[in-house]
Design a protein around this ligand. Structure first.
Ligand SMILES: [Zn+2]
Length: 309
């Protein structure tokens, strides 16, 4: 090999190494902190990730801030929950960002629901005009650890498509997350095993996937329909049902008014339990696995208490 060729190839190598080392992380924006947590698990230091909504906000009704448009403007990838969870606030922000990649169908728009197991898919035609915010099936699907795993896998594939050189890195991080999630899932299932079939009432239809994964049974909702505030007639029927079935627990998401749940509790003797459906809903639920840790601990402590005479 000629000396000049050697120098040229050495220079090319140096440039390649320098190029890799200084490669800017993929800038990811997610709609929720649950998605941000999973993206961080898989992306590690090859991504920067930020969520638009906070975990203590109702993800159906997030106040759109001008700063959201700026974040979307400079993002490489937008990850959404989909199933119309964000359709009340996200579409105008995407349009205003004028980021071509992030428009639905664009290479930087990623719907995490596509590989998830979706429950409550309507069998008849319902529309948002009827007030039901779950017209495309239940969008709170991340509350099943099995779906967390599916979402993580889909995100791994998506990130590897953006920077193929880091595919091995993302695959290794997925394997590590999968291992920790699987062992945690066994722990959660064991903790809740003796409460299988326990009937609960929830405020919003947030917990379909959660109760399906852990064997609880939701028999009623404080909301007459997802997204519709409680009405006196519905509340009265619900109270009769709670008494008839001897239900002890009313799960309420942190962003709902406690007035109606407390009134129901006073009348029926049930306990109101504020349980966060999202990472960031309370400070202990600081990542995807800790969200389940927190909720499973809260539930088992309360269920154990309600069993004692
Ligand atoms: Zn909902």
């Amino acid at each position: 090999m000629k000396k000049s060729t050697l120098i040229a190839s050495a220079a090319a190598m140096v440039m390649t190494i320098a190029g890799n080392a200084s490669a800017a992380p993929i800038k990811v924006i997610t709609t929720t902190q649950d998605l941000a947590s999973i993206v961080a698990e898989i992306g590690g230091d090859k991504v920067s990730v930020e969520s638009l909504a906070r975990g203590y906000q109702d993800p159906h009704f997030v106040e759109a801030k001008p700063s959201f448009v700026l974040k979307l403007y400079s993002a490489d990838l937008l990850v959404v929950v989909g199933r119309e969870l964000e359709s009340g606030w996200l579409p105008p922000l995407i349009t205003q960002s004028r980021n071509a990649k992030l428009q639905p169908g664009g290479t930087g728009y990623f719907d995490a629901s596509l590989t998830a197991r979706i429950l409550d898919v309507p069998t008849s035609q319902i529309t948002r005009a009827m007030g039901d915010v779950h017209s495309q099936g239940n969008p709170h699907y991340w509350l099943d650890p099995g779906n967390g795993r599916r979402m993580a896998k889909a995100i791994e594939t998506k990130l590897a498509g953006i920077t193929p050189a880091d595919a091995g890195y993302f695959a290794q991080r997925y394997a590590d997350f999968d291992r920790r999630l699987t062992s945690a899932e066994q722990r959660w299932k064991m903790a809740l095993a003796s409460y299988r079939g326990t009937k609960v009432v929830t405020y919003h239809r947030s917990w379909s996937n959660f109760v399906d994964a852990f064997g609880l049974d939701v028999v009623g909702y404080v909301e007459p329909k997802p997204g519709i505030p409680p009405s006196p007639a519905h509340t009265l029927t619900l109270m009769q049902e709670i008494k008839r079935q001897g239900i002890k627990i009313i799960l309420v998401e942190p962003y709902f008014d406690l007035k109606t749940p407390n009134a129901i509790a006073r009348d029926t003797g049930a306990t109101v339990l504020v349980m966060p459906p999202s990472v960031g809903g309370v400070k202990e639920a600081s990542d995807y696995i800790r969200l389940f840790d927190y909720n499973v601990n809260l539930l088992t402590a309360t269920l154990q208490g309600s069993r004692e005479p």
